[in-house]
Write a protein that binds this ligand. Structure first.
Ligand SMILES: *Cc1c(COP(=O)(O)O)cnc(C)c1O
Length: 458
């Protein structure tokens, strides 16, 4: 290749993927000349028209296909690993039901998530309870329901659980979540396996704590758990973490304790822009190479990889605000209260117009922002997109994970509607929240008095 000037090369590397490239990498999405953008078999324009915007759309067929790819990779690597879907990524009952029907269990991080998973029909023995701050009440709930496993993150938590289980006459099956002190090579806000992160038991303390767990009443230690972070693209950090866990298993076994199980966590990344998608095969390969030959029951806890690409957020342009010679601000009817990721993590999401005519228009630079009164309320900055006019509808791609679940009602914006697509069918799975619901549970103490003061001094 002839040498190019450095600036040109840089532009080439930094250029956003174009729409055709984005769609080619997402087989569940297709631009039809008449119907516009199709999700599985459903024209997204129909959904936007009938439910209004903003609306989250999840593809059941896409969810199933991704689950099967992951399960197949585990099987091919010779791992009988159980898949516990990390429901915090998207905890809608319909999503849980689709994945449970494929064989998924659940990884939960609160009593609320535990009850949600059970409500969706997931058997308690297929649920793992993770998280750094389980309360005594949550532990009692988990034991009462007969939960499969609790992943413990501290000596303090272990002591509390032992006391609770003993008092209830229950046996708590536990894994110790270990902080392996590896760099997950991901965004600092989603790294969880470095020394100094709040998660897990320090690697150096794990063997001794396991021995202690084995001696405590009410506790049945099964093994170890590890989860080093999220949106991890390459197998190297996983491999480094699993090697550390394999060494720990060997050491603990040598000291005479049984270790039956290792929970390998989640964290497999997806391709939002042009980064490589985390490969289920490479992930399974990293597990097989490190923990495969040890006679362990294995489990994984994927969240983002399963649901991220399986969802889009549909939104409309309220108006285009020109900004002198600078790129215009395209003000959308969705905002950071709906999709927080761009504001929180500077996340990049693809944007595709729903109508084929809009998609074919001439491209120009633009900033896509929401109406919320925060400078950080941007959904896509510095994009080159087809010219969008008032009323145009677009899909924000790959919003199935950490999307709707992170929504708030900031600026008194009701929660957006949700729709499930399944092949040619679709249904509303959560109506748009009525605005009155925002204050329905609020009350004003009597002593505050009426809003209009008694008429001024008479
Ligand atoms: C969030 C979380 C997961 C899922 O992470 P993803 O990056 O979405 O796969 C798995 N396990 C635990 C303990 C988590 O906290």
């Amino acid at each position: 290749m002839p040498d190019q000037p450095a600036t040109l090369r840089r532009d080439t590397i930094d250029a956003d993927p174009d729409m055709a490239t984005l769609l080619a990498a997402r087989p569940h999405l297709r631009m039809d000349a008449l119907d516009g953008l199709l999700f599985e078999g459903v024209p997204l324009q129909h959904i936007a028209r009938e439910t209004g915007t903003p609306v989250w759309v999840t593809g059941a067929g896409t969810l199933r296909a991704r689950y099967r790819r992951l399960a197949e990779a585990m099987r091919e690597a010779g791992l009988g690993a159980r898949i516990h879907y990390a429901i915090k990524a998207n905890d809608h009952l319909a999503v849980l039901r689709v994945l449970a029907a494929e064989g998924a269990g659940a990884d939960v991080v609160s009593g609320g998530e535990l009850m949600r998973a059970v409500e969706a029909g997931i058997a308690p023995e297929r649920i793992v309870f993770s998280g750094v701050g389980k309360t005594a009440e949550e532990m009692r709930l988990a034991l009462r329901l007969g939960i499969g496993q609790l992943n413990l993150e501290s000596a303090e938590e272990l002591s509390l659980l032992s006391g609770i289980a003993e008092a209830m006459g229950a046996e708590a099956r536990v894994a110790l979540r270990v902080n392996p002190d590896v760099d997950a090579l991901t965004h600092a806000k989603i790294s969880t396996g470095k020394a100094g992160d709040k998660f897990g038991i320090a690697y150096a303390d794990a063997a001794a704590l396991y021995a202690r767990a084995a001696a405590l009443p009410g506790i049945v230690p099964l093994g170890f758990a590890v989860h080093i972070g999220s949106q991890i693209a390459t197998p190297a950090p996983f491999r480094a973490a699993f090697e550390r866990i394999a060494a720990l298993v060997a050491r603990v076994r040598e000291s005479g304790h049984a270790v039956r199980m290792v929970d390998c966590g989640g964290g497999l990344g997806i391709s939002y822009r042009d980064e490589a998608e985390g490969s289920p095969r490479a992930f399974a390969g990293a597990i097989a190479a490190t923990l495969g030959g040890l006679g362990l029951d294995l489990a994984i806890e994927p969240g983002r990889w399963l649901v991220g690409p399986s969802g889009v957020l549909l939104t409309r342009v309220i108006r285009v605000k020109q900004d002198g010679g600078a790129p215009p601000f395209v003000v959308l009817d969705s905002a950071m209260n709906d999709l927080l990721r761009p504001s929180l993590y500077e996340a990049w999401h693809g944007v595709v117009p729903l109508s084929a005519a809009d998609a074919a228009g001439p491209a120009a630079p633009a900033h896509l922002v929401g109406p919320v009164c925060e400078t950080g309320d941007t959904l896509a900055r510095h994009r080159t997109l087809p010219l969008l006019t008032d009323g145009a509808a677009v899909a924000i791609l790959d919003t199935g994970a950490y999307g709707a679940v992170m929504s708030s009602t900031y600026n008194a914006r009701p929660l957006a509607a949700q729709v499930l697509v399944d092949g040619e069918r679709w249904a509303v799975i959560r109506p748009r929240q009525p605005v009155e619901a925002l204050w329905r549970d609020e009350s004003v103490p009597d002593w505050i008095g009426p809003a209009s003061p008694a008429s001024p001094a008479e």
